[in-house]
Ligand binder design. Sequence first.
Ligand SMILES: [Zn+2]
Length: 259
Amino acid sequence: MRKFNDFEVIPLRAFKDNYIWTLRNDRHAVVVDPGDAQPALDYLQREGLALAAILATHHHADHVGGVAALLERHPAPVYGPRGEPIPTLTHAVGDGDEVLIPEFDLRFRVLGIPGHTRAHIAYYGANSVFCGDTLFACGCGRVFEGTPEQMYASLSKLAALPDETLVYCGHEYTLANIEFARAVEPDNAELQGYAVSDAQKRKENRPTLPTTIGREKKTNPFLRCLQPAVVDSANKYLAARASSPAQIFAAIRNWKNEF
Ligand SMILES: [Zn+2]
């Protein structure tokens, strides 16, 4: 939770480990990836807020499954990726488009970040990026519909945002991700630190998110495919020498799937 201009970003929990990130000011809310309507309906009612917009990052049910039920009570524009099967969309958007939220005097730039799904997008604005299941704290999403090359390019695009950018991911996967990241980079001191501080946050039932692009560049193996320690670990896993950063990415992504 934080203040920026005149709004806060609230994590609403859904299912086992999803977050429905909710921007709110005194009168309005914008919800990102409402996989389940109920937490958002409850929050809007309790706080007396009108829904200004729904933003979807990709078509998976745990991100858009609640949109229809939310719209029944709160008609609002629904933004989401052009080229994915989301029947509730009113505004299909893609890389380079802008999403204006007048109730928040806010403008998001849409970033095309395919790989987890074919047309996955992120919303970047107000020093924040809402990136669904592409970038996680210390990890990344599985490559379901794209290629490792696409996913690596998408992660590199996010890594190029300013270091101070707040990263709002779709899931609370951080502790398990840190465990894997430490297997890839056993000598990364920053990782040791976050292993302790994030475990404490979870013990207190607090989110470990948002993270920042700066933190991810120091700790996330999937953004560190040029670091010698990550290259060595990937080559050991492959029992061969990877010939490109995308191959190193693919190797550690496969390793993580088995971890
Ligand atoms: Zn997903």
